[in-house]
Design a protein around this ligand. Structure first.
Ligand SMILES: [Zn+2]
Length: 268
């Protein structure tokens, strides 16, 4: 039996570390729930600098560049609640199941992360229990409450992708990806409404990634499992790496998203 002091010592997050979960707008106030898993760059004090150079924390490997600003812009325009993850995905990836090898990643786009390379099972578990799970409980509780209240639910997750992968040289020359796996309803409808309003933008379905149960967590867990319409939005990060770009893309996306949701109301 552990004493209280032992148990406290074993916790990863200390009172001076940020809360993993940040809400913008009251949970449940709209039919759209916005989620940004890769918003933050915080690292628990106990993990130091993860063993990497400070400038690595400015790269896409640490967070989705511009996604937080875009998600906040959408929350404001849609009057929708937004849940943000404050910790870097180099601490734990909140869009992966615990069993995925890259949930705690040892090397990302050519950068070795020494603190993750030799992470113990216990440390991995603590990151999951203290950072990943509180975030997903917040999403879960919000969607459950809306179901109890008999209200419609649409799940929209906001991400960004890098134009060029440093490690492989892979180039992504389109602006917007709309991703789904088993349920295409919201992604396909949004592709139509977005393209009608933004004929100058190249939109691709299921690019630059595909959604599945190993490379994703939010869509399978909270969207597919409930059978509610959902979409994972990926904007190329050079378009939203400053406030102007984030506001521009929030303007581009908000109206089409509202139209797409309204046209599916009754299926949610
Ligand atoms: Zn992401």
């Amino acid at each position: 039996m552990l004493s209280f002091a032992d148990r406290t010592e074993q916790k990863l997050l200390q009172p001076t570390d940020p809360d993993p979960v940040e809400w913008v707008n009251e949970p449940g106030r709209s039919e759209i729930l916005l989620v940004c898993e890769h918003a933050g760059r915080a690292v628990p004090a106990a993990l130091g600098d993860l063993g990497i150079a400070p400038e690595e924390m400015d790269r896409h490997i640490a967070y989705d560049v511009g996604a937080e600003g875009l998600a906040r812009g959408l929350a404001e325009r849609l009057g929708a609640p937004l849940v943000l993850q404050r910790y870097s995905r180099l601490v734990i990836d909140c869009n992966r199941p615990l069993e995925a090898l890259d949930c705690v990643i040892g090397e990302s786009d050519g950068t070795v992360v020494p603190v993750n390379g030799d992470v113990s099972e216990g440390d991995r578990r603590r990151r999951f229990d203290e950072i990943h799970q509180p975030f997903h409980r917040a999403i879960n509780d919000t969607l459950d409450q809306r179901q109890i209240d008999g209200k419609p639910r649409f799940l929209v997750t906001v991400h960004s992708f890098t134009p060029v992968m440093r490690a492989t040289g892979a180039v992504r020359d389109f602006e917007l990806g709309l991703l789904y796996n088993l349920d295409a309803r919201l992604a396909e409808r949004l592709a139509e409404t977005f393209s009608a309003a933004n004929p100058d933008v190249t939109v691709k379905l299921n690019q630059p990634y595909v959604v599945d149960d190993q490379s994703d967590y939010t869509i399978p867990q909270h969207g597919e499992r409930r059978g509610i319409p959902h979409v994972l939005i990926e904007v190329r990060n050079d378009l939203i790496n400053d406030d102007r770009g984030q506001q521009e893309w929030a303007d581009r996306l908000a109206g089409p998203l509202r139209l797409a949701v309204d046209s599916l109301e009754g299926n949610a």
